[in-house]
Design a protein around this ligand. Structure first.
Ligand code: LLP
Length: 421
């Protein structure tokens, strides 16, 4: 459920007509609903009720400072994957003891910043990384709390570019080697080995892969404890999928996911962490765009929008589907039309949807891309010298620009022409 609904014939974000925001900030823009973000966080928190747990929001999905602040105020931790994310989480007021640091390629400099600034744990992904982290911690006179990310070799049954839990993927250490790697880690004085980490992929629409992975983690926990390790924390990753198409069957709910967690690892007495991103932010955001032209091709009609693949790259990159709806509610029984929906960028990949049947639209009409709150703004670029589009947060009947559209001057002045040229 989200808070983008038609009222009096106009799409609203909570209590604000989307057309009012468009008039105030111009198109295209991203718009997020605070109530939806709050609700989605609460669903995970409630799903793990009765366990000692921390929901660490995967901020890579939407890292606007206002969104982070909202999450932090709700009590969320953060899953960060770069020093930039770490510093943004800190800037939004999240204390270090609620920040977990994931990622396959952490540098010494990143480790140093996180160790000095305070960190809940590093999720270590390889033996070389383990050695380096040990080194950095010792050089600072500190001990780094770590989990080791294991790769359980489970098929997440999702898009190949976002599956991470098969042995051919670059993530984690093979679970078959885990006991050796933990034994090695235990000899390193700069590390405190506290738990196990796993993340098998994103946009999972089936609970079975989670169940298989978590059963393997449970078994490993028992083995490692028998080997003498004090395993007391399990980071179970993120990845629960969202409904991108209203017409399709919905993926499992957080409460069902929580049941899988309780069933598989609930009896181990471990503190549980999860790292959901998409399910919290995805359906809490839309991207609003204006139709520039309706163009008749030889065998099809094109809706040419003022947003493009640089603003929302998911359809071009993963062939992903986003529902695209008119901001003005179509009249009941209005005759539909079929369009290829495209942006103005000079390549055919700049296509949002093919043969989409929807209400008939005209130049100047507004449309909203649903499910654009996750991996939307954060993956945007200025390709074709198109300035990054603004982000707006709505709460009840108020809205605020939470990232302004840069001026052309700001964009141009970022580049430097050397004196000698
Ligand atoms: N934890 C780790 C270690 C991750 O790598 C990810 C996502 C998450 C948590 C959060 O997963 P979520 O709950 O959001 O599924 N750009 C792609 C998605 C990439 C996901 C990368 N890792 C997309 O637009 O679909």
């Amino acid at each position: 459920m989200d808070h983008f609904i038609y009222r009096n014939g106009v799409l609203h974000a909570e209590d604000v007509p989307v057309s009012d925001i468009a008039a105030a900030v111009g198109t295209p823009f991203y718009c997020y609903s605070a109530a939806t973000l709050t609700r989605h966080y609460a669903l995970f928190d409630e799903a793990l009720a009765g366990t000692d747990h921390l929901v660490c929001y995967a901020m890579k999905s939407n890292s606007n400072l206002a969104v982070l602040k909202l999450m932090g105020d709700l009590g969320a931790g953060m899953d960060v994957v770069s020093v930039g994310e770490y510093l943004k989480a800190k800037a939004a007021g999240i204390p270090g003891e609620r920040i977990v640091f994931s990622g396959v390629g952490k540098t010494r400099a990143e480790m140093r910043v996180a160790l000095e600034g305070g960190i809940r744990q590093f999720n270590v992904e390889s033996e070389p990384e383990m050695e380096v982290l040990n080194d950095v911690a010792l050089s600072l006179g500190l001990v780094a709390p770590i989990t080791i990310r294991v790769n359980p070799d489970v098929d997440a049954k999702t898009h190949a570019k976002i599956a991470t839990g098969k042995k051919e993927n670059k993530f984690g250490i093979p679970i078959s080697r885990a006991r050796d790697v933990y034994a090695h880690a235990a000899t390193l004085k700069g590390l405190d080995v506290i738990g196990i980490d796993v993340h098998i992929g994103s946009q999972l629409t089936d609970l079975e892969p989670f169940e298989l992975a978590y059963l393997k983690v449970a078994e490993l926990t028992r083995q490692l404890r028998a080997d003498g390790h004090d395993i007391r924390r399990l980071d179970l990753g993120g990845g629960l999928g969202i409904p991108y198409e209203r017409s399709n069957t919905a993926p499992p709910l957080p409460i069902e996911y929580g049941d899988v967690i309780k069933r598989t690892v609930g009896d181990l007495g471990c503190e549980i962490e999860i790292e959901p991103g998409r399910l919290i932010s995805g359906n809490a955001g839309i991207m609003v765009s204006e139709v520039i032209y309706v163009k008749s091709g030889e065998d099809r009609d094109f809706l040419i929008l003022d947003s493009a693949m640089n603003d929302l790259i998911r359809p071009a990159m993963y062939e992903s589907h986003h529902d695209i709806i008119p901001v003005t509610e179509p009249a009941a029984g209005a005759e539909p039309a079929t369009y290829d929906i495209v942006g103005p960028i000079c390549e055919s990949g700049d296509t949002f949807a093919k043969e989409r049947t929807m209400a008939r639209l005209n130049s100047g009409d507004l449309v909203a891309f649903r499910s654009a709150g996750a991996y939307g703004a954060v993956m945007a670029s200025e390709y074709n010298s198109r300035p990054l589009i603004p982000e707006v947060l709505v709460q009840g009947d108020q809205f605020a620009v939470i990232r302004a559209r840069p001026t052309f001057e700001e964009m141009i002045n970022r580049d430097i022409i050397p004196e000698w040229l």
